[in-house]
Design a protein. Structure first.
Length: 308
């Protein structure tokens, strides 16, 4: 009887060993099978491409709907994340760039101060601008409070021709500044500037200056546009932006960071429809909320038939 129990135990152990060895061999074969792995990667890649295409289609349809009368311009550019997750692959930097009415010149209002900022940083790289007490104070008020005196002083000092030449050299819409005409730009040009600011390239190569500018933009006081809309979409979203408001024009251009680390650039320019003061910023907030929901919301990648 004892011998039978021992034999039964040996059989069970032997079967377990055989099963384990079989599983190991299957795993090794799968791991070393480039065809299987390639097929798996291809399937994953195909799914990502399909989902990204749906997001871009949904966003294009939405932006076309809000810009169709020509009073709104929008530019979107995703900056990705440092994460190595599946979402990081879907939102690979630059893989989702959508715009509408983005190359038509509009009144810049105080977003033109971003071009003054870029020009001054280029001058600083060349040794022609310093962070003196007066410059620091004026620059801070220009970005945080959107005050005009410092920017107007720089325009008068360096001249519109020199500043326009710099802007044109960056590949941005020019001339921004003309006598007797309000400053003009496009949402796409503002997007390109913010791309350089985010990346620390071009006139923004100095890392400490870049950090200073972004911190000031993060503290600017007019936050009922993109900051409000994106926080409604995802609480905890942060925005470093520069607004503009003049007569019936309300604009907002910013770098947006979601709580999960995803980043993107969004520029929204609006005018008309009886806007005055800051009345157009509620429209900007609504557009920003919908854009973020379409691209990063829980239903991102699924076909959308209608929008709020």
């Amino acid at each position: 009887m004892k011998s039978k129990k021992i034999n039964l135990h040996i059989i069970k152990v032997t079967l377990a060993i055989i099963l384990l060895v079989g599983l190991i061999l299957i795993w090794v074969q799968h791991f070393n099978n480039p065809t299987t792995n390639a097929q798996s990667a291809e399937t994953s890649s195909s799914s990502t491409v399909k989902q990204r295409k749906i997001i871009k289609t949904n966003l294009t349809n939405y932006l076309n709907s809000v810009t169709k009368d020509g009073t709104v311009s929008v530019s979107f550019y995703n900056l990705g994340t440092e994460s190595s997750s599946t979402a990081a692959s879907l939102y690979k930097k630059g893989s989702i760039q959508v715009e509408s009415n983005a190359h038509t010149a509009q009144t810049a209002a105080s977003t033109y101060k971003l071009f003054i900022t870029a020009f001054l940083m280029q001058q600083k790289l060349q040794g022609n601008f310093t962070w003196s007490t007066a410059n620091t104070d004026g620059f801070t008020r220009m970005i945080v409070n959107s005050e005009n005196d410092f920017a107007e002083t720089q325009l008068a000092s360096y001249g519109k021709t020199a500043i326009n030449k710099f802007i044109s050299g960056q590949g941005w819409y020019s001339p921004v500044f003309q006598d007797g005409v309000d400053a003009q730009t496009t949402s796409y040009s503002l997007q390109l500037l913010l791309q350089q600011l985010n990346a620390g390239t071009g006139p923004f190569k100095n890392s400490s200056d870049r950090t200073k500018i972004l911190k000031l933009m993060g503290k600017q006081i007019y936050r009922t546009g993109i900051p409000t809309g994106t926080n409604e979409a995802n609480e905890g979203t942060t925005v470093t932006d520069k607004v503009g408001f003049l007569n019936d024009t309300n604009n907002d251009a910013g770098i947006v960071t979601l709580p999960n680390g995803q980043k993107y650039i969004l520029v929204i320019m609006t005018h008309g429809h009886g806007q005055s003061g800051f009345s157009g910023f509620s429209k900007i907030a609504k557009i920003a909320k919908n854009v973020q929901t379409i691209v990063y919301g829980t239903n991102a990648g699924k076909k959308i038939e209608s929008y709020d």
